[in-house]
Design a protein around this ligand. Structure first.
Ligand code: HEC
Length: 343
C-alpha cells in the first residue's frame, strides 16, 4: 500500500484532525454543545494575532547555494513520493483548512469570515477563525528498552522483509514498506501543512509555526515511543521502540550535521542544541539519499537503523530557497526490539 493516495488521504485526515481537535475540541460533530463559542474579536484584533511576518532572516543561510546546486537526483520511487506529498500539501479541492482560514483573514472578505463558526451543516470544515489557532507542539521524549546496550553485542545480521504490515516473517521484523510508512508519518508530523501557515509572498508569512513533531509516529498502527512506561497487558508484548530520531540538517552547516536531542525534533529547541558529525552508517546513508533513494537502513536481529530523506516539495519552496526535490534534511532513527530476542 505504500505510496498510494489512500495513505495520503489518511495522513491528511490525521493532519486535519489534529488541527481540528485543538481548535474546537470535538472535531467533526457540528452540533456538539461542548464546542466553545468563538471569542468576539474585530478583524483587526484577529489579524494582530496572526500578522504577516518575514522568515527571511531565519533562512538567510540559504541565500547562496540555491543557484549553484546541481539538480537533485531522484529514484522513480522518490519522485512518486514527492508528487504524492505535494498533493497532500495542497489539501485536495478544499485546501488545508488552516491555510485557507489565514488567507481569508488577510483578504477583503474578512468581515464575513470572522462571523463563521466553521461547523455548518456540511461535515467538511470551512475556513473559520476556529482553525487559526494551532496547539503548541507537545514534547515527545524518546522511548527506552528494558535491557542495556551491552546485550546487543554480537547481534546477528538479518534481512528485512520487503512488504507487509506489522511484524513479518520468522524473525518478526518490520518490513521495508512498513518502515517507509513510519518515515512518511514522521515527516508529516514534523511538517504538517497547517503549521506552515499562509505564505502570500516570499517574505509575507502568516501563522507559521516552527517545524516540530505534532503527533507520535507509529509503525503499522503501533506507537513507537514510551513502551516501558505504558502500563497493562499491552506493554508486555514484543514491540519495536524508537530510541532515537535526530534531525540531520543538510543546508545550514557546511556539511550535514545531526542535531543532538533527547526528544523528537522541534526547531525551536534545536536552535540552541549541540550538533555532532555523522557516523559512518549515517554518512553512507546520506550519500544514498543524495543518489536518489528515500530510505536507507542497516539491521540486525534486535536493532534497526534508518536514515530517511526530508526533501523540498513545492510547498516548501514558498520559504526555502532550494531546488524541488533537494534534501533539506534527513531523519536518523534507531529502533530497538523490546524485549530482546535470541535466535
Ligand atoms: C512558511 C515558511 C516555511 C515553509 C513553507 C517550510 N519551512 Fe522549513 N524552515 C523554515 C524556517 C524559518 C526554518 C529555520 C528554523 C526556524 O527558524 O524555525 C526552517 C528549517 C527547516 C529545516 C532545518 C534545516 C537545518 O539545517 O537546520 C528543514 C529540514 C526544513 N525546514 C524542511 C522543510 C520542508 C521539507 C518543508 C516543506 C514540507 C518546509 N521546510 C517548509 C520555514 C519554512
Amino acid at each position: 500500500m505504500y505510496g498510494n493516495t489512500a495513505k495520503w488521504a489518511a495522513l491528511l485526515a490525521l493532519g486535519c484532525g489534529v488541527a481540528w481537535l485543538t481548535t474546537g475540541g470535538v472535531g467533526a460533530q457540528p452540533l456538539d454543545p461542548t464546542i466553545k463559542p468563538l471569542p468576539k474579536r474585530t478583524a483587526e484584533e484577529w489579524r494582530k494575532l496572526y500578522p504577516f511576518q518575514s522568515v527571511a532572516d531565519r533562512l538567510a543561510y540559504e541565500a547562496e547555494p540555491a543557484e549553484k546546486a546541481l539538480p537533485p537526483v531522484l529514484s522513480p520511487e522518490a519522485t512518486k513520493t514527492l508528487v504524492e506529498t505535494e498533493l497532500a500539501y495542497k489539501g485536495g479541492r478544499f485546501g488545508d483548512v488552516r491555510r485557507e482560514s489565514l488567507k481569508k483573514l488577510h483578504s477583503a472578505e474578512v468581515e464575513d469570515f470572522i462571523k463563521r463558526d466553521g461547523f455548518g451543516l456540511s461535515r467538511l470544515p470551512t475556513p473559520s477563525p476556529r482553525f487559526l489557532e494551532l496547539a503548541k507542539a507537545p514534547t515527545f521524549p524518546f522511548g527506552s528498552v528494558g535491557y542495556p546496550d551491552s546485550a546487543l553485542a554480537g547481534d546477528p545480521p538479518v534481512t528485512l522483509p520487503e512488504k507487509g504490515a506489522g511484524l513479518v516473517g520468522e524473525a518478526k521484523m518490520p518490513s521495508r514498506e512498513g518502515l517507509a510508512n513510519l518515515h512518511s508519518l514522521s515527516r508529516y508530523s514534523f511538517l504538517q501543512s497547517g503549521s506552515l501557515g499562509y505564505v502570500r509572498k516570499h517574505q509575507e508569512v502568516a501563522g507559521f509555526e516552527p517545524h516540530a513533531f505534532r503527533f507520535e509516529p507509529s509503525l503499522s498502527g503501533v506507537p513507537v515511543l514510551n513502551h516501558q512506561v505504558e502500563k497493562g497487558a499491552e506493554a508486555s508484548k514484543e514491540r519495536w521502540v524508537l530510541r532515537k530520531l535526530e534531525l540531520v540538517g543538510m543546508v545550514k552547516h557546511e556539511k550535514p550535521m545531526a542535531y543532538v536531542s533527547g526528544q523528537l525534533p522541534r526547531m525551536e529547541d534545536l536552535k540552541n542544541a549541540p550538533t555532532r558529525e555523522l557516523d559512518a552508517f549515517e554518512a553512507a546513508a546520506i550519500r544514498r539519499l543524495q543518489g536518489g533513494e528515500d530510505v536507507a537502513t542497516e539491521e540486525t536481529l534486535n536493532r534497526i537503523r534508518l536514515v530517511g530523506a526530508v526533501r523540498a516539495n513545492n510547498a516548501c519552496l514558498d520559504c526555502h530557497n532550494v531546488k524541488r526535490g533537494q534534501l533539506l534534511g534527513a531523519f536518523s532513527y534507531e529502533l530497538l526490539r523490546d524485549p530482546l530476542t535470541k535466535k
